[in-house]
Design a protein around this ligand. Structure first.
Ligand SMILES: Cc1cc2nc3c(=O)[nH]c(=O)nc-3n(C[C@H](O)[C@H](O)[C@H](O)COP(=O)(O)O)c2cc1C
Length: 165
């Protein structure tokens, strides 16, 4: 399959947008924008992320052994863009805190999941990282979405009458 068709097909899958964070070897916060993120297993509780082998954050996650998936709120588009661009101090003036693992938890995220790396698999030009979910919370809010190469905002979907959890 041609790259163009692959990108087109992949782009037709609606996703949320997350920033996956960890600490580098100097203990400094690092992170990147990611949509290839999913829950994997309930027992044990696991999530997986798919990281480009060229991403600098990959080595930091593998070395630290932990990461935090922060699901972005719909007004955090600028954050998503900043964490996908090279050559920026991504954490400058960004409110974040440490909870369980040390991976930064971003203020304003609608939910976050802290994971400890369980195993790593090769996946073509990406690396699949499976993490054991050890901590998290869901303060709530409207999610930022991504579809066909653009950030999207959904109609309100957080009406308490309509959700079952
Ligand atoms: C909406 C969006 C989703 C993205 N999803 C992923 C992803 O799932 N995996 C990935 O490796 N890169 C993804 N990227 C690209 C990375 O965010 C980008 O390459 C980043 O600069 C890597 O940072 P680093 O090299 O400092 O680690 C995505 C970018 C955007 C804008």
């Amino acid at each position: 399959m041609q790259h163009e068709m692959f990108r087109k097909l992949a782009g037709h899958w609606l996703t949320g947008v997350s920033v996956v964070t960890t600490l580098d070897q100097d203990g400094k916060p690092v992170g990147m924008t990611m949509s290839a993120v999913t829950s994997l297993s309930l027992t044990p509780p696991q999530f997986l992320i798919c990281v480009d082998n060229r991403a600098r954050t990959l080595a930091a996650i593998v070395a630290s052994g932990h990461f935090c998936i922060n699901y972005l709120r719909q007004d955090q588009e600028n954050l998503a863009s900043a964490f996908a661009r090279r050559g920026e101090d991504r954490f400058a003036a960004l409110a974040h805190r440490v909870e369980h693992t040390g991976s930064p938890v971003l203020e304003g995220a609608i939910a976050f999941i802290e994971c400890k790396v369980n195993c790593v698999h090769a996946g073509g030009d990406h690396t699949i990282i499976v993490g054991d979910a050890v901590n998290g919370d869901a303060p709530g809010g409207e999610p930022l979405a991504y579809f066909r190469g653009s950030y999207r905002r959904l109609e309100s979907i957080t009406d308490p009458q309509q959700v079952w959890w």
